[in-house]
Design a protein around this ligand. Structure first.
Ligand SMILES: [Zn+2]
Ligand SMILES: [Zn+2]
Length: 308
């Protein structure tokens, strides 16, 4: 599809944890998290996983855009490992704005530059010749061109954001890494320690927390969310900060989202397995008579924002 006059979302990296460039994984894609939103010639990039490398290379072939805004959910490698190879950052005349969790701009800079030091990397961020801006934000709210962006906390080790992005009257929610059942599971684990009153209190808090999380994504047109595990694998990896695809689909239905994209899929799962998970999700949606549309986030897939 030609993207010349489109306002669009494009997936450049959809894989969780580490790149998976295997022949058995190519229909879904092997690069780690990176999603491009391009509206009115403004370019917003969610995460700098290995998918940002081909995006950067493609930007070198055009003249209209010389500035980007990169918003990071957190600083685990699969979300920043492409930044040292993001060509526009090395080219004078480009401007790269970077935002992510952190108490100050200096803190964000320190977290980014920390992966480009000896003995882990041959050159430091000083070789970035573009105009690099680390941004602070009041209440985690930012505006960039037509985009209104708001970061919210999710359940993932360390401080991690999901982002609610509003543009052209559409709402896009990006939450690459988020363990939806985190509270349920930690509460279950403590069941024996709590007396009935404490149990009820905790249950009420849990319901309130779920309502709050639902509110953040309510009626989103596009919901891009962690769907890393099968229920079997999730049972082995509770507390790792990722969701089972069934929890993700249930949450999306409860929030009355229009389109769900299963994202940050496990690098151990090949195309057949992920397509199987997708079929199972569609079956669940039909069982609930929900109007939710569900897709696999595939590398290279493009969503026309104006047609949502
Ligand atoms: Zn991740
Ligand atoms: Zn992570």
């Amino acid at each position: 599809m030609s993207t010349d006059s489109l306002n669009y979302i494009r997936f450049w990296g959809v894989r969780g944890s580490y790149p998976a460039p295997f022949g058995s994984h190519m229909r879904v894609g092997g690069n780690t998290s990176c999603v491009e939103l391009r509206v009115d010639n403004h370019l917003l990039i969610c995460d700098g996983g290995s998918g940002i490398i081909p995006l950067g290379n493609s930007l070198m072939g055009q003249q209209e855009i010389k500035e980007v805004m990169v918003i990071l959910t957190h600083y685990h490698w699969d979300h920043i490992s492409g930044l040292p190879f993001f060509v526009p950052a090395f080219v004078p005349g480009w401007k790269v704005n970077i935002y992510g969790p952190g108490d100050s701009r200096q803190e964000i800079e320190r977290r980014i530059s920390g992966q480009m030091v000896d003995p882990y990397f041959p050159v430091e961020v000083e070789t970035w010749l573009a105009d690099i801006h680390y941004l602070g934000a009041k209440n985690n709210q930012l505006e960039y061109g037509p985009f209104k962006i708001e970061g919210f906390n999710v359940h993932h080790p360390g401080s991690t954001f999901g982002y609610r992005i509003q543009v052209h009257g559409k709402t896009i929610v990006y939450a690459s890494d988020n363990e939806l059942s985190f509270i349920d599971k930690s509460l279950e684990n403590r069941k024996d320690e709590l007396d009935p009153h404490e149990w009820q209190l905790n249950k009420a808090m849990q319901a309130e927390e779920r309502d709050k999380s639902l509110e953040a994504i309510k009626n989103a047109h596009v919901f891009i969310h962690d769907a890393q595990y099968t229920p079997e694998d999730y049972a082995k990896k509770r507390g790792w900060g990722h969701s089972c695809y069934i929890d993700t689909a249930t949450f999306a239905m409860d929030a009355q989202v229009k389109q769900l994209f299963l994202f940050h899929v496990d690098p151990n799962y090949n195309d057949n397995k992920i397509e199987g998970l997708h079929r199972d999700t569609v079956r669940l949606i039909h069982e609930r008579n929900s109007s939710l549309e569900c897709y696999i986030a595939r590398e290279g897939f493009i969503i026309d924002i104006d047609k949502l």
